[in-house]
Structures are given as C-alpha cells and as structure tokens.
Write a protein that binds this ligand. Structure first.
Ligand SMILES: Cc1cc2nc3c(=O)[nH]c(=O)nc-3n(C[C@H](O)[C@H](O)[C@H](O)COP(=O)(O)OP(=O)(O)OC[C@H]3O[C@@H](n4cnc5c(N)ncnc54)[C@H](O)[C@@H]3O)c2cc1C
Length: 377
C-alpha cells in the first residue's frame, strides 16, 4: 500500500487492526486520546468467543499469548433467586468456547505486538473533515493536524470519525449499570464469593439485576443493572459513595445479604455507567478513504459481543486491505458489506438477551436458554 493507515482509537478493535496490518507488512499509526496505556483501568473480564474474538487473535498471530491469559474455571455460570436459592449451576468443565481473560491483559498483548511508536498517546481527535479524493484531515485537541488517505474510526461510542459517514448518534437504552469491586473475595468476603461461585453470577428480577464475575485473584466485579431514566440517576449524588451505595441497595430491599454485599461491601466507590446504543441496522453509504469499526460502527447495549466484534472487525478490515493493497475502495467495500449484517445480527440478539435478563419472565427464560444451550450438540 502506498499510504499509511491512520487509526483513531487504541481500544481492542483499533489495536487488532494495527496488528493484523503489521503482520501483513502494512504500516499504521494509531492516535489515542488517553495519555498512556495505564491512564485508565481497563474494565473487567471478557469472554473471548471461538467464532469471532479467537479467530481475530489468530489472524493477529497472538493465539498463544491469548491462551496464556485465560483464567481457568471462569466459564462457570450460576443463577440465583433473590433469596439466594441456587436456580441453575453450570460448572466450567473446560470444554466451553468462551474462555475469560482480563481486558487490560488482552490489550497489553496487542500493544506489545506492535512496533514501538505505532500508538501515539495523548492525541485526542477533536474533529475530522473531508478534503476530497478520499483524503481526510484529522484535527487534534492541541490544534495539530494530520492528513491521510485511509482513515479508520475505531474510537468507540462517541466517535469523531463517524460524522464523516453518518448522522447517527448513540441514544440512551433506558438502562444503566453501577459497578462495584470486592477485592480478595475468598478471604475478605467469603459469603459473597461463594454466591458468585467460580465464574459468573446472575441474580435477576424484572428490570433489574446483580451480575458478578470472579476475576483474577478472587476479585468480585459486579454490574448492578437498573432500568431507570437518566434523571433518576441524576438525583443520586455519586460523589458521596455511602449515600449512592445506600440508594442503589434500596432497590434490592429484601434480597439475600450475600447478594447485596456485592454492593454494600464494595472496596471502591460505586461507578455509574449509562448504556447507549446506535440504531440497530446502522449503516452508511461508501465514502472514499474512510470507514468505522467496533463500537464506532455498531455500538449496542452490552451483550457479550462488543469487544469480540471490535476485534473481529479489526482483523477482517486488516485482511481485506492486505488482500487488495492497490485498491483501498475494493477492500473497504468488501469489509463494509460484511460488517453491516454482522453488527445488526449481534445487536438484535443483544436485545433478545436483555429481554431474557430483565424481562417479566426473568430468570426463568434465561435458565431455559442456558439449558437449551447445554443440550445443543
Ligand atoms: C459495562 C460493559 C460491559 C461490557 N462487557 C463486555 C463483554 O463482556 N464482552 C464483550 O465482548 N464486550 C463487552 N462490552 C462491550 C465492549 O466494551 C465494547 O464493545 C468494546 O470495548 C468496543 O471496542 P472498540 O475498540 O470498538 O472501542 P473502545 O473499547 O471504546 O475503544 C475506543 C478507543 O478510542 C479512544 N478514543 C475515543 N475517542 C477518541 C478521540 N476523540 N480521539 C482519540 N481517541 C479516542 C478511547 O480512549 C479508546 O481507547 C461491555 C461494555 C460495557 C459498557
């Protein structure tokens, strides 16, 4: 290729693209808003699927490195009733296709696999504009600019590249989560650790739930989900951790103490995250010299696929560019023809999953789905 690929965003999607391009000898530069790889905690555990995340890592030549990160036993699933009764308990027998790793560790193997200087840290994009003939100018918060013939928006939910292609913006899904962490759970919080079990816990009621994961070192990482308008959360002072914890816990009045302990005993202040999504079926007409991947292209309410899809998009785009080094437009057309239905399918399945998790029939519909899954050969 005669042009460097300019990637905005060093999340899992942008880094997978940069790595797959590097494997094929194509240079890329990744511009990332954060000041350094350690500027922000990288979130929790991700299950990496054998049909999208793992093939992406294979294309990146990083399967062995990925396997060394797998947290054994974490594919176990428990569903508890709100009184603590175990309704479903599926141990991890080692045959599942969704091994769990820590997101930060996965991002690090991608960073380590790139030539020094590939990622430019502390380069926050403030705007982008078309110059014609497939060229685009990217302006950074410090006023500097770069001009590129191939621009890829891998900059997540609030992409600054997306406006070159589409007027769509993410909308609030009606649901938010509050994150808590209990460290060294087995020793310091044994009842909660026992409730979570070896992998993931779901304790659900219509419109709300407590989901927790056993991460590395028996850290218990919890997502408390609530279906409420944003105003409802705005009335809670999250700068006062005790008051916010008390208010959130009130929503789980009467639930088993080993479940509410996942909120009340948090070693960190509760962190509120509103969940947004792009319209299902988001797509755009081909614009020369620019495309999107991952959340920038098809942000959906968390459904266990987003990070996997972002990596898969990155790998697919990298391979399409490697296959058509002399014709960027052919490569981008091929990539986009597959990315649109892929994003739509995942977001649609995600809506169905959220109905199973938080609909009127929860948790029974979810249990049936897991049982059907177990029985599928
Ligand atoms: C609570 C929660 C739980 C989730 N759990 C899972 C899960 O279990 N499994 C799963 O597969 N997915 C999960 N997801 C979804 C997943 O996190 C995303 O789909 C995935 O991170 C998307 O990757 P990405 O590379 O497209 O974007 P991101 O990970 O958002 O990366 C974008 C990068 O771009 C940078 N950036 C943003 N704006 C700019 C700018 N203006 N200039 C320069 N850089 C910029 C950001 O700093 C960031 O580094 C979850 C999401 C949430 C909110």
């Amino acid at each position: 290729m005669t042009t460097d690929v300019t990637i905005i965003g060093a999340g899992l999607g942008g880094l997978t693209l940069a790595r797959v391009l590097h494997v094929h000898g194509i240079p890329a530069t990744v511009y990332e808003a954060e000041a350094s790889p350690t500027a922000r905690a990288q979130g929790g555990m991700l299950d990496i699927h054998d049909y999208n995340g793992q093939p992406a890592l294979e294309a990146a030549g990083l399967l062995d490195e990925f396997r060394s990160l797998i947290l054994e036993g974490r594919q176990a699933i428990r569903i508890l009733d709100r009184d603590g009764t175990v309704l479903f308990d599926q141990p991890d027998d080692g045959t599942g296709g969704r091994p769990e790793v820590q997101r930060g560790e996965l991002r690090q193997i991608l960073l380590d696999s790139l030539p020094a200087g590939t990622v430019r840290w502390g380069r926050k994009v403030s705007s982008t504009r078309a110059l014609g003939e497939g060229r685009h100018e990217v302006t950074f918060a410090d006023g500097s600019t770069v001009v590129t013939s191939l621009l890829v928006g891998a900059d997540g939910a609030w992409s600054r590249v997306r406006p070159l292609l589409s007027t769509a913006t993410p909308e609030y899904t009606g649901r938010s989560i509050v994150e808590t962490y209990l460290f060294d759970g087995d020793v310091r919080h044994p009842a909660a650790a026992k409730a979570v079990g070896g992998g993931s816990l779901f304790a659900l009621a219509p419109g709300k739930g407590i989901q927790a994961h056993r991460e590395r070192g028996s850290t218990l990482h919890t997502y408390v989900a609530l279906t409420e308008p944003q105003d409802w959360f705005a009335a809670i002072d999250f700068t006062d951790p005790c008051a916010a914890t008390a208010r959130i816990t009130q929503e789980f009045d009467g639930w088993a103490p080993e479940l509410t302990a996942l909120i009340t005993d948090s070693d960190t202040g509760p962190v509120l995250r509103h969940l947004y999504a792009l319209p299902i079926g988001h797509r755009w007409d081909r614009v020369p010299g620019v495309t999107l991947l991952g959340d920038a292209a098809h942000l959906a309410a968390p459904n266990g696929e987003g990070a996997n899809l972002a990596m898969y998009d990155g790998a697919e785009l990298g391979q399409a560019l490697a296959a058509h080094p002399d014709d960027i437009e052919v490569a981008l057309t091929e990539y986009e023809q597959a990315v649109f239905p892929r994003g739509t399918e995942a977001a649609t399945e995600g809506t169905q999953l959220h109905e199973l998790l938080f609909g009127d029939d929860t948790p029974h519909g979810l249990i049936s789905a897991f049982i059907d899954d177990e029985q599928t050969p």
